[in-house]
Design a protein around this ligand. Structure first.
Ligand SMILES: [Mn+2]
Length: 315
């Protein structure tokens, strides 16, 4: 559906690309109105523009049901598109049983806590299932003639693997969720890479403590930073770095770099904190500015430009 629609679209189609909402319905309504969307028969619509959501509608925030009541009809009626976020993927896995009857995502104390506001927003199992089924209709990525949209990271290799398990609308096939939760599978790693961003193993002896004091031997990669930049800029290393001198031996492969000549790419996910939003690079933008951690809900108004531009942000 998405591909077809986009192929037929006019070259000057304008997209309003909206970051992770996490249950903040008031901020969403304010932003849509600022972007010129008008509520008509209960659904926000725009005469010339189409909204693209980055996923992560749920968890954390106060109005998850209201967010979905706003977003779902926009998508279902063609006024918006959306990719899947890691929180929707987790919600599906939490609600789906494997062949042995166990949930694909464990109902552990930590997972229950992270998901509790969603479960409270939809106390009835039947109602919850309707939402889960809708989450399953979200594509893992959107690629048009001119732009790419994915929740956290575009990686050619991961996308190639995903394609084996996706239908023609880039939706994960029903029977692939099982494998997508199996940590040894290629699909699991591809989903992690695309929905949560790439990580690399650090060289022997190198480790650091994260915010929770947990010792890490893998680091998140700022894929938008060129590989030839300093490793301190390329990797998210946290405090108390041990044996930093061993990092000098580390080589990064092309998979953790977004080609500066590739199509403009839009992501969410990264909880950015800057006061004034700006592109990650000339051809990549993150629109997640931490609405659920006292930040703001941000959109990028794309009007056909190949070089992404600070002045196109709205919040
Ligand atoms: Mn996310």
């Amino acid at each position: 559906m998405y591909r077809k629609e986009l192929t037929n679209s006019t070259p000057n189609k304008r997209y309003d690309i909206i970051g992770d909402i996490h249950g903040h319905a008031d901020a969403l309504e304010k932003l849509l109105e600022k972007l010129g969307y008008k509520k008509y028969q209960g659904v926000y619509k725009h005469v010339t523009n189409k909204a693209i959501f980055l996923g992560d509608f749920i968890d954390r925030g106060p109005n998850q049901r209201r967010v979905l009541d706003l977003v779902m009809p926009m998508v279902n009626q063609g006024y918006a598109m959306s990719v899947m976020g890691n929180h929707e993927f987790n919600a599906i896995s939490y609600a789906t049983l494997d062949q042995a009857g166990q949930p694909l995502r464990k109902h552990s104390v930590k997972n229950n806590k992270q998901h509790s506001a969603f479960l409270e927003a939809y106390p009835l199992a039947e109602e919850r299932q309707v939402i889960i089924d809708w989450f399953k209709t979200l594509p893992l990525y959107i690629e048009t003639e001119s732009i790419r949209v994915v929740h956290a990271n575009w990686n050619d290799r991961a996308i190639q693997i995903l394609d084996k398990y996706l239908d023609n609308n880039q939706r994960l096939k029903d029977d692939a969720y099982d494998r997508a939760s199996a940590k040894e599978s290629e699909l699991y790693h591809a989903v992690e890479t695309v929905l949560k961003g790439p990580e690399v193993s650090l060289p022997g002896g190198v480790s650091f403590s994260d915010n929770d004091g947990i010792v890490r031997t893998k680091a998140r990669v700022n894929w938008w930073v060129p590989n030839e930049s300093l490793l301190e800029e390329k990797l998210q290393l946290g405090s108390e770095l041990k044996n930093a001198q061993n990092l000098k031996t580390m080589a990064l492969d092309d998979g953790v770099n977004y080609d500066s000549k590739a199509k403009p790419l839009f992501v969410g996910h990264y909880w950015l904190k800057d006061q004034i939003p700006k592109p990650l690079s000339g051809n990549s933008v993150c629109v997640d500015y931490s609405i659920a951690k006292s930040g703001k809900l941000v959109a990028y108004q794309w009007q056909g430009e190949e070089v992404l531009n600070e002045s196109q942000f709205v919040w």
